[in-house]
Design a protein around this ligand. Structure first.
Ligand SMILES: [Zn+2]
Length: 113
């Protein structure tokens, strides 16, 4: 998660504190419901995305589409997992696995098979 924030130069103090808050509440949630573990990373990403949208900016922006208005990526599946990926909200194409926004080529290699 922090890797994704850093990849888009958004590892700012408010963003990192939003990440900390989200991790804390979701880890508590996972401790109450161990079967939810595969969803935690994706849910944390959604929490941070919501927090950033309210306070600062859309994150993460889609860099794959060169035409049209600026738009975001979202976590798929909606439940947060398992195997959460960032998907373009315009085309529905997978941009990168969660945590791999800074390494799109590696993620594509992993996902294209
Ligand atoms: Zn796009």
């Amino acid at each position: 998660m922090l890797a994704d924030l850093t990849a888009r130069q958004l590892a700012t103090a408010p963003a990192v504190s939003a990440l900390d808050d989200a991790c804390e509440s979701r880890l508590w949630w996972a401790s109450q419901w161990p079967q939810g573990a595969p969803y935690v990373a994706g849910l944390v990403a959604q929490d941070v995305q919501d927090a950033l949208f309210e306070t600062m900016a859309r994150w993460p922006l889609c860099l794959a589409c060169e035409d049209g208005p600026v738009h975001s990526l979202y976590i798929s599946p909606d439940l947060g997992g398992p195997d959460p990926v960032w998907v373009c909200e315009e085309t529905g194409e997978v941009a990168a696995a969660l945590g791999y926004l800074g390494r799109p080529s590696a993620a594509r290699g992993r996902l294209s098979g």
